[in-house]
Design a protein around this ligand. Structure first.
Ligand code: SF4
Ligand code: SF4
Length: 299
C-alpha cells in the first residue's frame, strides 16, 4: 500500500501541540480560493516550474525520455499528457527551477522518517500530524499509519476539511489524539462560491464527530472579502454550542502561497481576498472568549 505525499515537514509548530512532523497528502475534494497548498489539490504528481530560476539552458528538454518538454518564447513548457513524473529533468536542472510535487511512500517509509524526531516530540508534547490536501481520502494508508504511530507512543493529529464519508473519520478516531477540523464559511452559498462545494457534509460530520471524539480543535481561516464578518462568528458560535470544542485557532489569511500558483500555472484570484486587520482578528477572538472558548490567533 502506497500513498502520494508531497511534503514531510519537520519541526512544524503550527499544526497541533508541541514540535511536530506534518505529513502532507496529495488530493483534496475542495478548491478553496485561498488554498495555501495548491500543489495538494491534484491527487496525482505534478511538475512545478519556477520561471525566475530558469536560465533556459535546455537541459530538461535534452534529458526528458518522454519528449514532454519544449521551450517556447523563453518559457519551458511541459506536456502533462506525456510527462510520467520520472524526475529526470529535476535532477539535471542545476538552478533548481523544476520540482516534482508528490512522491509515493509506504507506511513503513513514512514511519521510519517521522520516528527520527521522536525525542523532540517527547520533550515538547508534540507528535505527528497528517494533513494535506485531505489526508482521509487515502484512508487505508492513514489509518494504518496512525495505528503504527500509536503503537510507538507518538501523539497524533488529523487535520481534516471534513468533506469525507463519516466512516473515514470513524475509522481514524481511535488512533487520533486530536482532530484539527477546518471550518471555513457558515453561509452555504458563499461556501459554494469560495470553496467550490456545499458545507452541509462538513457541518454534519463535525456534529457526528463530536459525539465519538472528545478532542476537536477548530481551525478557522479568516479572509477579508470572504468571511471576515461578525455574522460568520455568531453563526459559528451558535453551531458549535454543544459540541465540546476544546480550542479554536483563528488563522488570518495571507498570500504567502501566491508564488506556488505561478509555478503550477494556476490562476490566483488575490483581488478577491485581503488580510483581515489585527483589530478585527482580536474582536473575533474576544467573541469566542466571551463564550469561554480557548482561542489563539494563528496556528
Ligand atoms: S533545466 Fe532548468 S534551468 Fe534549464 S531550461 Fe530546464 S527548467 Fe530551465
Ligand atoms: S519528469 Fe520526466 S517525463 Fe516529466 S518532464 Fe521531467 S523528464 Fe520528462
Amino acid at each position: 500500500m502506497k500513498a502520494n505525499i508531497f511534503n514531510i515537514q519537520k519541526f512544524s509548530v503550527h499544526d497541533g501541540p508541541g514540535i511536530r512532523t506534518t505529513v502532507f497528502f496529495k488530493g483534496c475534494p475542495l478548491k478553496c480560493l485561498w488554498c495555501h497548498n495548491p500543489e495538494s489539490q491534484n491527487p496525482k504528481k505534478e511538475i512545478l516550474y519556477d520561471i525566475n530560476k530558469c536560465v533556459l539552458c535546455g537541459k530538461c528538454v535534452e534529458v526528458c525520455p518522454q519528449n514532454a518538454v519544449r521551450i517556447e518564447n523563453n518559457v519551458v513548457l511541459t506536456d502533462k499528457n506525456k510527462c510520467n513524473h520520472c524526475g529526470e529533468c529535476v535532477i539535471y536542472c542545476i538552478p533548481g527551477a523544476r520540482q516534482v510535487a508528490g512522491k509515493e511512500y509506504t507506511v513503513d517509509e513514512v514511519l521510519k522518517e517521522v520516528i527520527k524526531d521522536k525525542v523532540f516530540y517527547e520533550h515538547s508534547n508534540g507528535g505527528v500530524t497528517v494533513s494535506g490536501g485531505e489526508p482521509l481520502i487515502q484512508i487505508d494508508f492513514v489509518e494504518e499509519l496512525l495505528k503504527k504511530l500509536k503503537e510507538n507512543n507518538i501523539h497524533t493529529a488529523v487535520d481534516t476539511c471534513g468533506t469525507v464519508n463519516f466512516e473515514n473519520l470513524q475509522r481514524v478516531a481511535p488512533y487520533t489524539d486530536v482532530f484539527l477540523y477546518d471550518l471555513k464559511i457558515m453561509d452555504d452559498e458563499k461556501h459554494k462560491e469560495f470553496v467550490g462545494s456545499s458545507n452541509k457534509l462538513i457541518l454534519e460530520n463535525l456534529k457526528r464527530l463530536s459525539q465519538i471524539h472528545n478532542n476537536i480543535n477548530l481551525r478557522m481561516i479568516i479572509v477579508e472579502g470572504v468571511n471576515a464578518e461578525e455574522k460568520h462568528i455568531e453563526e459559528t458560535l451558535k453551531f458549535i454550542k454543544d459540541l465540546g470544542i476544546k480550542k479554536i485557532n483563528l488563522l488570518p489569511y495571507h498570500d504567502i502561497a501566491k508564488h506556488k500558483y505561478k509555478k503550477l500555472n494556476m490562476f490566483y484570484e488575490d483581488h478577491k481576498m485581503k488580510k483581515p486587520t489585527e483589530e478585527k482578528m482580536q474582536a473575533f477572538k474576544e467573541m469566542f472568549e466571551s463564550n469561554n472558548y480557548n482561542v489563539k490567533i494563528g496556528g
